[in-house]
Design a protein around this ligand. Structure first.
Ligand code: SF4
Ligand code: SF4
Length: 402
């Protein structure tokens, strides 16, 4: 695609990055067919090719409008289009840049600003989110049934094994997961312990920064990344062999720390090292001898592969492969490439589209009549559980029968 960036962006780092991405797009439109929002809205501007065109116009100097912002807001950042694109267009990075530029030009209503500020002020902070969740659970009987359904069931995490193995790995603690689904990291620690690996949860680590990044607050996202790097660095120097992430949405962000902080002289090298060490939990298990694990019979299972795992981290079919290799029975899931509608804060900011996608996803997951659904990301897990008739769990729980 030919471009002619305006003087305002031509010589800037983000302008040049965006220009290279735009030029790699040949405008063929293959990506449109696999875009969940295009499938629902049927509008070219609610598909990747249309959004790329809108971002190009802004970079070429055409003023962004509220309509531009709406079409970019409706994008899930699911990156299904990246998986389909034959030209390797890095749409995810381009839409982050486009959103930040549009945000600078187009204002938001007071209500939208307050909502976005509230999301950024509560969700990424573990203790604040825990208090919010506690209050929500206390008030649950008074809440409308739709809000009650969104409240995650309380979980008992169980014991964390004492770290006594020579092989050590770090795990991202995250922000929502410790109070919403604390079983996930604890189960991962017990499973890895059986495989001869001690998993270390460093208490001062926290939010990966993805929420801020997707709400166009890149410097805030960088600060979350810097804090995690500082907390993990002494353990990396002491020989920790990986940074394990059990939520694929956070994993895609940690794998991007190197890119995010590439222009920060104090952090660029460390960030690149952390990204190189970052692994989704499924990548760890796929490389280990799993003989010590004795998975219990679990009946038919439907796997929901989060977009952040299959399109973001480019690990399509990884969980399915692991579960089939270890003897679990999986049901077929049509249209597995499509998003469930969770997408970070999308379910809050775009509730109608999110609910339509959830409805479609649960129908697809349920078509093989599974006894349970497993997934690899806390956001998808909570979103699916809010309307699922069968239990929704993180897949690691299958290896941690209790
Ligand atoms: S992003 Fe890829 S698939 Fe979509 S129009 Fe551009 S080149 Fe074609
Ligand atoms: S990221 Fe997802 S929703 Fe956004 S344009 Fe690509 S396929 Fe469509």
């Amino acid at each position: 695609m030919q471009t002619s960036l305006s003087d305002a962006y031509r010589h800037t780092a983000i302008g040049q990055e965006a220009d290279a991405i735009l030029r790699s797009c040949v405008h063929c439109g293959f990506c449109t067919a696999t875009c969940p929002t295009y499938q629902i809205k049927g509008d070219e501007l609610d598909g990747p090719r249309g959004r790329i065109y809108l971002i190009k116009l802004v970079l070429e100097g055409q003023p962004a409008t509220a309509k531009t912002q709406t079409h970019l807001d409706r994008c899930l950042t699911c990156r299904s289009c990246e998986s389909t694109c034959p030209s390797g267009v890095e749409y995810g990075r381009l839409v982050d840049i486009g959103r930040a530029l549009v945000e600078q030009q187009v204002g938001r209503s007071l209500g939208e600003r307050l909502m976005r500020r509230a999301l950024r002020s509560f969700i990424p902070y573990r203790n604040r989110f825990a208090v919010l969740l506690k209050l929500g659970r206390l008030a649950a009987p008074l809440l409308p049934s739709t809000m009650r359904a969104k409240m995650p069931q309380a979980q008992h995490a169980g014991d964390w094994p004492v770290a006594h193995h020579a092989r050590r790995m770090l795990v991202l603690q995250g922000c929502v997961q410790p109070s919403a689904t604390p079983l996930t990291n604890a189960a991962a620690a017990r499973v890895l312990d059986k495989l001869g690996i001690s998993l270390l949860e460093i208490n001062a680590s926290g939010c990966c920064g993805a929420l801020s990044q997707h709400l166009s607050a890149e410097e805030e996202a960088c600060n979350f990344a810097r804090r995690n790097i500082d907390v993990w660095w002494p353990h990396i120097e002491a020989g920790a062999e990986a940074v394990v992430v059990t939520a694929s949405g956070c994993g895609v962000m940690v794998k991007d720390y190197g890119h995010l902080l590439r222009n920060d002289p104090a952090y660029a090298a460390k960030a690149a090292r952390v990204s190189a060490l970052s692994r989704d939990l499924v990548e760890i298990l796929l490389r280990e001898d799993l003989t010590p694990l004795a998975p219990a019979s679990a009946g038919a299972i439907a796997v929901h592969a989060p977009c952040t795992l299959q399109h973001g981290q480019k690990l399509p079919g990884a969980v399915e492969m692991l579960l089939q290799r270890t003897g679990f029975t999986l049901t077929a899931v049509p249209d597995a490439h499509l998003c469930c509608g969770s997408a970070g804060t999308y379910s809050i900011l775009q509730p109608d589209l999110s609910q339509q996608l959830l409805h479609n996803k649960l129908a697809a997951l349920g078509s093989g009549q599974p006894q349970q659904i497993v997934t690899a990301n806390v956001g998808c897990q909570m979103h699916l559980a809010s309307r699922s008739e069968v239990p929704v769990r993180h897949w690691i729980e299958l290896f941690d029968p209790r």
